[in-house]
Design a binder for this molecule. Structure first.
Ligand code: BES
Ligand code: MN
Ligand code: ZN
Length: 504
């Protein structure tokens, strides 16, 4: 879909030819003398419409307006959140129509500007997304063009550009998380990453079973053993900063299907475990957005990708394996496989001397119970990093919530037969999983996002949400400013070797 940003006055809106004109109406509705403003004012006065978020009123071929349809959508105080609600509601109304060209007006809204423009673009892109890859007759994409009408280009351009770049990343993430596991094997995921390597400033390297064995990733290999699909370890680099600048690392869990292995899962809803590579998909989508936005920083993405299957050669409960870090792990439950692939990626991360490492994983059902689908679980050993992630969640409306990491939570991971067990009891399951990961993340500021509840929707709207790509992109953009600040501080104190993640 094409997006265009355009400055228009309320009067000029009336003359815009399009299939549908969506007019967001805020707090005190416009009082202009043009046809659109007059119609909105009249509808409000007569009680047929109000500017509450989500309220709609539509008209067909109204006089004095060039658009075929006009849709008024209440946007409350014009906050980004209310704009999202308003645009989503309006787009539902257009879904069953033949509308191809839409003009979406933010003209005259109280809080129009950066966040409003971004929210409007993202809500449009979100509403028009439809999964098509494995359908014999793909649903025709009717909506082709959205013109975002605003009063000032200067105030909206940056937010608009961010929205467009982010929407491309989100679409890629949703596409790969939605794909069935037989259309999204580790090999295919690596090919998708290679495609990203054709974009500016992105380089991609893919390791196979031999290279991974040579690195000593015994934990990752133990998970992959049960599958006929060969594992892949994907390394992406976005080089937007200077060569000497320490990168931010993103590590995405890439279990392309999680049966549970020998500790097999129940049949009901097991199909949904095709999104167990949602963390990996969010890393790919974030790199897609980086290629659009071209920020001045270095980012490395790591994706350990494999299937978790039961088989004659599969790893068994009680087996002890040696991770790349040298720590031995007793695998008491083969369904706790995410942490087993991530721990070796965390050890691999050390070679980049990162300024921060964030892993993203559909890690635990316990996190779904704790936080539901509203906020991702966020765990961090570093207050500045935790703060930056929480802030990025707020600014991008892709929320997360910091969870505790008290050492007592690790007590249940003790075992007589190895350095650590891969599961503790049922209590605090999201936290004990994070405590396991923390053992492998001692050499850099580290955070873990458990996206089991937020990356996917079950029920009628079943499918990938694309989260937490908006959070990750805002976090990375916040690190551009702070890397400049850090550089200046370093220049002032040449002896300082401290790497830091600063608050945005
Ligand atoms: N991929 C699952 C976690 C999951 C569950 C994601 C539901 C999305 C929705 C993970 O590999 C898993 O199976 N975790 C186990 C851990 C347990 C064995 C300690 C779980 O959550 O039950
Ligand atoms: Mn599992
Ligand atoms: Zn899993």
């Amino acid at each position: 879909m094409d997006f265009e940003l355009k400055t228009l006055t309320a009067a000029r809106l009336c003359a815009e030819k399009c299939d549908a004109l969506i007019v967001l109406v805020g707090g005190d509705a416009a009082s202009g003398s043009d046809a659109v403003s007059k119609m909105a004012a009249l509808a409000i006065k007569s009680g047929d419409f109000e500017s509450k978020p989500g309220k709609l009123l539509s008209a067909y071929r109204p006089q004095g307006i060039s658009a075929t349809r006009v849709l008024f959508a209440g946007a409350g105080d014009g906050s980004a959140k209310n704009i999202r609600t308003a645009v989503s509601a309006a787009m539902v109304g257009l879904k069953t129509t033949n509308v191809q060209r839409v003009v979406l007006s933010l003209v005259g809204l109280p809080k129009a500007g950066h966040d409003a423009a971004r929210a409007a673009v993202l809500a449009c892109a979100d509403a028009s997304y439809a999964y098509a890859t494995t359908k014999s007759k793909p649903p025709g994409q009717k909506l082709q063009r959205v013109v975002l009408a605003v009063s000032s280009l200067a105030a909206n351009q940056a937010g608009f550009d961010k929205g467009v770049g982010l929407s491309m990343g989100l679409a890629l993430t949703r596409e790969w998380a939605n794909r069935p596991a037989n259309h999204a094997t580790p090999t295919l995921l690596a090919q998708a990453a290679k495609e990203l390597g054709k974009l500016p400033r992105i380089k991609v390297e893919v390791l196979g079973p031999k290279e991974v064995a040579k690195l000593g990733m015994g934990s990752f290999m133990a998970v992959a053993r049960g599958s006929d699909e060969p594992l892949r370890f994907i390394v992406l680099r976005y080089e937007g900063g200077s060569k000497t600048e320490a990168p931010v690392l993103l590590i995405g869990k890439g279990i392309t299907f999680d049966t549970g292995g020998i500790s097999i899962k129940p049949a009901a809803e097991m199909d949904e475990m095709k999104y167990d590579m949602g963390g990996a998909a969010s890393v790919l989508g974030t790199f897609r957005a980086l290629a659009e936005l071209q920020p001045a920083l270095n980012v490395v993405g790591l994706i350990p990708a494999c299937e978790n299957m039961p088989d004659g050669r599969a790893v068994k409960p009680g087996d002890v394996v040696t991770s790349m870090s040298g720590q031995t792990i007793e695998i008491l439950n083969t369904d706790a496989e995410g942490r087993l692939v991530l721990c070796d990626a965390l050890t691999y991360a050390e070679r980049f001397k990162p300024r921060a490492v964030v892993d993203i994983a559909t890690l635990t059902g316990a996190c779904v119970i704790a936080l539901g689908g509203v906020r991702s679980g966020m765990f961090s050993s570093d207050d500045a990093l935790a703060h930056a992630l929480a802030q990025a969640g707020d600014s991008s409306m892709d929320l997360c919530w910091r969870m505790p990491l008290d050492d007592e939570y690790a007590d249940g991971l003790k075992t007589h037969f190895a350095d650590v067990a891969n599961v503790a009891g049922r209590a605090g399951g999201a936290i004990t999983a994070a405590k396991f990961l923390q053992r492998f993340a001692g050499k850099f500021p580290w955070a873990h996002l458990d996206i089991a509840g937020t990356a996917w929707k079950s029920g009628a709207a079943k499918g990938s949400t694309g989260r937490p790509v908006p959070l990750l992109v805002d976090f990375l953009l916040s690190q551009v400013q702070t890397s400049k600040v850090a550089k200046a501080a370093k220049a002032a104190r040449p002896s300082s070797k401290k790497r830091s993640v600063s608050r945005a």
